[in-house]
Design a protein around this ligand. Sequence first.
Ligand SMILES: [Zn+2]
Ligand SMILES: [Zn+2]
Length: 162
Amino acid sequence: MKPIAAGEPCPLCNQPLAARRLASIAGDEGELRITLRGIPVLQCPVDHTYFTKRRFPVWLHTRLIEVDAPSLAAGVASGLLFKRYACVSCGKRLATGSGGGRRDFGFELAFDEQPFRMELSMPVCVCTGCGTEQARSGEELRNLAPSALVHAFKGAGIKAPG
Ligand SMILES: [Zn+2]
Ligand SMILES: [Zn+2]
């Protein structure tokens, strides 16, 4: 199937597609919420919505896992059955629920030169040893992120183009 573009008929209703931005979509998985503000899409007059390129969701997922998630301070997990988490900065054991509350981390991204924003919202803990604020586990974050993204896309009803 050939990819669709702005001006072409919507595959579902045949009305013309236009290039638009979605103001805000969000998906939750576990304690992670991912919010995307202003992602580029193709939309017809009755709001059938498509990614501008088929590769967009995979591109975003890869970028999140390989670049953005690792850039955040996050505890280091150890233990096979019962996970323990150590401070990324000083190595002291992180107490579960050591209240830093929730925090939003924002990333400015661009796909095909179209800028948009991604926000990760999650609980953070504050190390009692050195005071570093961090996500409990980078591994946990990377495990939750793919499903949170899928929920965001599905919730907004975005389909693959073509
Ligand atoms: Zn349509
Ligand atoms: Zn520490």
